[in-house]
Design a protein around this ligand. Structure first.
Ligand code: XMP
Length: 446
């Protein structure tokens, strides 16, 4: 690190390698002692530090570590404030220069009081004011949208998901009737989704809503298509064409609202990520359409978006809905997507969701849904032979969908889902459970 940074007078917090770098550059010592630490370890505070203002009186906490080298002596003028069994200096500082280092990771969820340590640094040491509240985010967002669009008309594609719903509600608060929302019913939505969008946006918020019933068109382009990538592209393309047709009827629409979040902004900055699946984002800008984008959620993470959604008065079912892919049920129907197969999957999916909710697990799972494979198997119901589709239950826990683990659902819940799906959904005679994590699997089947 450029040493000049130490002299510009701004507070510095070094974490892990950052702490070692501070120690090394400022005249302390970093060595390999042969006692690295990986995972949970016990921290003991040995001195006072503004970072530890929220620590228990015992001065002990479980923290998360990942280091092979250790800081063995602090730089001149610095004080060691904590240690662990494998790190003689687990925290150190020079309060006057406002330079702090911690060997452990305060930013991970498993570090006790880690969040508070970061807060103490940001608020007490740096003197930042906590004005980044949900109300302020909304006020600033409203102001920014008004400034950006002036008197122009604005379009927004609603998907039924939380991001586009919150973006639309925020823009609506800013410019009211200047906003037209477009909901394209692809025939590949979850049960009750279209009704929910109608009820919330048309009845409750009184938004100018164009509801395009385009199921036939989507099933038309999907006829005979079985390749997942071809399916995704066909849906993305059709979505854009339908959207364009609506846009043409809305005079002077020069702006398009997108529910882009901060993680999308970060991800789109990487050029090396391999294409695993062609993501289709509802509201994605058609290449040959000239809209200026309005992205009021660009600086927010998902949890902040949800908090903003609640503050704006969106219903819980929308705000806390599990993520749903742009191409909808199509990427959960292996093989050809037909209206009949979509109906089977929608009915089974509704049962999975209903039972997960009833078991009180909906909020704990990243996603839980049904998948329809392209095989049929033999069964027996009553006195007769059946030859019908299986349904696969897919439920995962995850923090960000980049990795995921299959959820250990209770047997009783699985049993209820299985018997209800087979009894209530015509065309299904078997239920299976997907126990693949990501990687190597992906969350969706296609
Ligand atoms: P995979 O299946 O790649 O999915 O593990 C990761 C997350 O992304 C969602 N997903 C999509 N979301 N458009 C979206 O907006 C898409 O085309 C798309 N494909 C997958 C998926 O539901 C999971 O949460």
């Amino acid at each position: 690190m450029d040493r000049a940074l130490y002299d510009i007078g701004v507070p510095i917090l070094g974490i892990c390698y950052g702490a070692q770098l501070l120690a090394e550059q400022l005249g302390g010592a970093v060595e390999r002692t042969g006692t690295g630490e990986y995972g949970r370890t016990g921290l003991s505070c040995s001195g006072t530090s503004p970072l530890f203002a929220d620590m228990p009186l015992s001065g002990r906490a479980d923290v998360w570590m990942s280091h092979a080298d250790c800081i063995t002596s602090v730089p001149p003028g610095f004080a060691a404030t904590a240690s662990t069994p494998g790190a003689p200096v687990a925290a150190f500082h020079n309060e006057q220069r406002r330079i702090y280092g911690v060997q452990f990771h305060p930013e991970v969820a498993h570090t006790e009081r880690g969040q508070q340590m970061l807060e103490r640094f940001v608020l007490d040491v740096c003197g930042a004011r906590p004005t980044w509240t949900h109300t302020n985010i909304i006020d600033q967002g409203v102001e920014a949208v008004r400034r950006q669009v002036g008197p122009a008309r604005v379009l927004c594609a609603l998907s039924g998901g939380v991001d586009s719903a919150v973006a639309a509600a925020l823009v609506h608060r800013a410019i009211g009737d200047q906003l037209t929302c477009v909901f394209v019913d692809t025939g590949l939505m979850r049960a009750g989704e279209s009704e929910q969008v109608e009820e919330t946006f048309r009845s409750q918020f009184r938004v100018d809503l164009v509801h395009v019933k385009a199921a036939d068109r989507f099933f038309g382009v999907l006829a005979g298509v079985t390749d997942p990538e071809v399916k995704r592209k066909a849906i993305g393309e059709t979505f854009i064409r339908v959207f364009e047709e609506v846009a043409r009827d809305v005079e002077d629409a020069g702006f398009l609202v997108q529910g882009t979040l901060y993680p999308d902004v970060i991800e789109s900055g990487t050029s090396e990520a391999a294409t695993i699946k062609s993501h289709h984002n509802v509201g994605g800008l058609p290449q040959d359409m000239s809209f200026e984008l309005v992205e009021p959620l660009r600086c927010l993470f998902k949890d902040e978006v949800r908090a903003v959604g609640e503050e704006l008065g969106l219903p819980e079912e929308i705000v806390w809905r599990q993520p749903f892919p742009g191409p909808g049920l199509a990427v959960r129907i292996v093989g050809e997507v037909t209206p009949e197969r979509a109906e089977i999957l929608r009915a089974a999916d509704a049962i999975v969701i209903e039972e997960v909710r009833r078991a009180g697990l909906y909020g704990e799972l990243w996603q839980s849904f049904a998948v329809l494979p392209a095989v049929r198997t033999v069964g027996v119901m009553g006195d007769g032979r059946t030859y019908a589709y299986p349904i696969v239950i897919r439920a995962v826990t995850s923090d960000d969908a980049m990795t995921a683990d299959w959820a250990r659902l209770p047997y009783e819940l699985l049993e209820r889902m299985s018997s209800r799906i087979i009894n209530e959904v015509a065309g299904v005679n078997r239920v299976a459970l997907d126990i693949t994590s990501k990687p190597p699997g992906t969350i969706e089947w296609e």
